[in-house]
Design a protein around this ligand. Structure first.
Ligand code: WAQ
Ligand code: MG
Length: 650
């Protein structure tokens, strides 16, 4: 006779003499699938976002099939909140509706629940702790859904949590449960009870935070407490998932949506199903992004509510976005010309300010003419689309910015991607793909790696093959060259690419993009770049700000020198092997989950930096992307380097 087993997996790691929980899971299964299931759970532990375990424990216990309790799954409602604060307010309101008034104690309760293996068991009125072993907490165990086996090597947060919550809600004396995931890249949690059902709430913590926890609220008699714990820990339970959804649906990839779509909030919105499905799938893959708004403008330090952070990931390299003179000039333009330009450049939206800035930019870049765009993205897209068509070939660096890629796609040209900054590969690709008319396009400074294009070789190859050359100086303007003029100055060249893109939104502290080149090129783009023609022109304030920023840059090239000194100091202190030629210093972490953890840890220690992951960089190439500023002090940089070493070594 085939036995029924309760299979459990537990994984942890010892850090500084303390055992850290990585992952735990359990299932109830037939004997014949026990080996496969054990294999799946092992894989899950080894790939977990909390890092590699050094202890992996698998147990399987036979269950008494007669003793199994069948319970229905709780009905599901979803709440998408705008930020963590609203998420926590939702938790409070739901608990209050059950007569559990956590009020201002919520943060402290969640803090106590952190880094526990199990859940806190607390009195629903006084919030006193009731667990026998406060370090371990209480673990709900011995539960699964009623259904057939399928591979589960990725954690299915929703399904597993729903099963656990459905059991817990039926435990004697438990009146509610609160859960926040402890996975750094999963920010959802829930409040559950028999009357409320399973209320999923997102977000309940900032992206990247490794802190989560569970609380079981108890309102039974103290004499019955042991029964409650026994039920939670040992009563075998199989949960019947809602029947009308069909087992396949519930167990398939779209388990999340198929359940949430039937909740009261969403009953009539099936036209949104594809979108909800996409969101659910991003969430499952830990790729859902959240905004992280600051409460101050850019500077060496920034604020988020009452916290202060050293800003180590801003493109405001020269500290001009918050410069008093720049702001003054922008304010004057705003008062004089108003807030919006009210039209595209070719209709009524062209001001003398726009043409003044175009002349200044052309002079600064040693080119004949300039054309402004509303953003750097639009400058790339509009220019490439106007220059190339379906009979042309575009040779594009493998690591070019998304706006270049989108421009290439929109043009309809054949796109040939060459290996990153590999001029031999570029030559080879050109030979293999002869084109009557074509364009070679590259970033000057690559935004995720901080390296600089081999510009002399690039130009020579374009010239020899009679191809248009185009370079995007988004991260080069104000950064490369003694006076910040860019990649030409960096290499000491007299002449540059046929087409040069720049942006006002990085070192120049404003917003907008531009193209510089020959007068003929600019005439042509003015008449054919769709993103130029069909966009409202830049409003007066950012145009005036950029004019002032250019003026300051011309008088204060020490800003550029300081930026470069800071970069050198930072790289040497980090001892990363080489000094970045730009102001971008990637610290490679490789593993996505570890990168998220490092960034979260640095955030807790006052450093604002982003973990860059797929799809911004290839999978397995995750990194912390540091960006220098000229106004960072040596102490700022030294402290950051020391903290990075700690974060990576943890
Ligand atoms: N019993 C009691 N507490 C547990 C158990 C258990 N079997 N397993 C985990 N915990 C505690 C422990 O303190 C963890 O740190 C914390 O709960 C969170 O566990 O989309 O992923 O396994 O609707 O990270 C909820 C939202 C996800 C799902 C829950 O929990 C959704 C989740 P995690
Ligand atoms: Mg977890």
């Amino acid at each position: 006779m085939s036995h029924l087993y309760n299979l459990r997996m537990r994984a942890d790691r010892t850090e500084h003499g303390r055992s850290i929980h990585i992952s735990g899971a359990e299932r109830i299964c037939q004997e014949k699938i026990l080996p496969d299931l054990a294999h799946d759970l092992c894989r899950r532990a080894l790939l977990h976002s909390r890092g590699k375990p050094d202890h992996l424990h698998i147990t399987a216990n036979v269950l008494d099939a007669q003793n199994i309790l069948h319970l229905p799954a709780l009905p599901v409602t979803s709440y998408e909140e705008k930020d963590v604060e609203s998420g926590l307010a939702r938790v409070q309101a739901l608990l209050a509706s059950l007569g559990i008034d956590v009020g201002c104690q919520l943060p402290s309760l969640l803090a106590q629940a952190r880094e526990k293996r199990g859940a806190l068991l607390v009195d629903a009125h006084s919030f006193t702790r009731l667990e026998k072993d406060p370090e371990r907490g209480v673990r709900a165990s011995c539960m699964d859904f009623q259904g057939t086996y399928r591979s589960v090597s990725q954690k299915e947060h929703f399904l597993e949590a729903l099963i656990l919550a459905s059991k817990v809600a039926h435990a004697p004396g438990i009146c509610a449960e609160l859960c926040v995931s402890d996975d750094p890249d999963y920010v959802t949690g829930y409040v559950a009870s028999r009357s409320l059902g399973y209320c999923r709430i997102s977000p309940l913590k900032p992206m990247g935070s490794p802190y989560g926890g569970r609380l079981f609220f108890y309102n039974g008699e103290m004499s019955d407490l042991e029964d409650c714990v026994r039920f939670l820990e040992t009563q075998p339970v199989l949960i019947d998932l809602p029947e009308e959804k069909g087992a396949q649906d519930v167990l398939g990839k779209n388990a999340e949506t198929s359940l949430t779509l039937t909740t009261q909030a969403q009953t009539t919105t099936s036209k949104w199903a594809p979108l909800a499905q996409k969101l659910a799938s991003l969430r499952e893959q830990h790729l859902l992004r959240h905004l992280d708004p600051l409460t101050s403008g850019p500077g060496a330090y920034v604020e988020k509510n009452d916290e202060r952070y050293l800003l180590m990931s801003s493109n405001d390299y020269l500290g001009l976005a918050n410069d008093e003179r720049v702001k003054q000039r922008a304010a004057e333009a705003l008062m004089r010309y108003g807030t919006g330009s009210g039209g595209s450049r070719l209709t009524s939206g062209s001001l003398c300010l726009h043409t003044a800035l175009e002349e200044e930019l052309a002079r600064f870049k040693h080119k004949e003419a300039c054309l402004l765009f509303a953003t750097g993205y639009q400058a790339n897209v509009g220019t490439i689309q106007a220059l190339c068509g379906k009979d042309d070939v575009i040779f594009s660096d493998a690591l070019n910015h998304a706006s270049i890629i989108d421009g290439c796609r929109l043009s309809g040209a054949r796109i040939v991607v060459y290996a990153h900054n590999d001029m031999a590969d570029l030559e080879r690709k050109i030979r293999e793909n002869p084109a009557a008319h074509g364009l070679v396009v590259s970033d000057a400074v690559f935004s995720m790696d901080g390296d600089v294009l081999d510009f002399p070789a690039f130009l020579e190859i374009c010239r020899r093959n009679n191809l248009l050359s185009m370079v995007d100086e988004a991260h080069a303007t104000g950064v490369l060259g003694a006076t910040g003029r860019g990649i030409e100055e960096h290499f000491g060249l007299e002449d540059g690419a046929d087409v040069t893109i720049g942006t006002l939104s990085k070192a120049l502290g404003s917003e907008g993009g531009f193209v510089v080149g020959s007068a003929q090129l600019v005439d042509y783009l003015r008449n054919s770049a769709r993103s130029f023609i069909f966009s409202t022109s830049l409003s007066p304030a950012p145009v005036a700000a950029a004019l002032e920023a250019l003026h300051i840059l011309a008088c204060e090239s020490t800003r550029v020198t300081r930026l470069r000194d800071n970069t050198r100091y930072f790289c040497e202190t980090l001892a990363c092997g080489k000094v970045s030629p730009s102001a971008i210093v990637p610290v490679m972490v490789y593993d996505e989950r570890k990168a998220l953890r490092c960034a979260a840890w640095l955030r807790e220690h006052g450093i604002f930096v982003q973990a860059i992951r797929y799809p911004s960089v290839p999978r397995g190439q995750a990194r912390l992307r540091f960006a220098m500023r000229c106004d960072h002090t040596r102490e700022d940089l030294q402290r950051t380097c020391a903290l990075i070493a700690c974060a990576l070594g943890r």
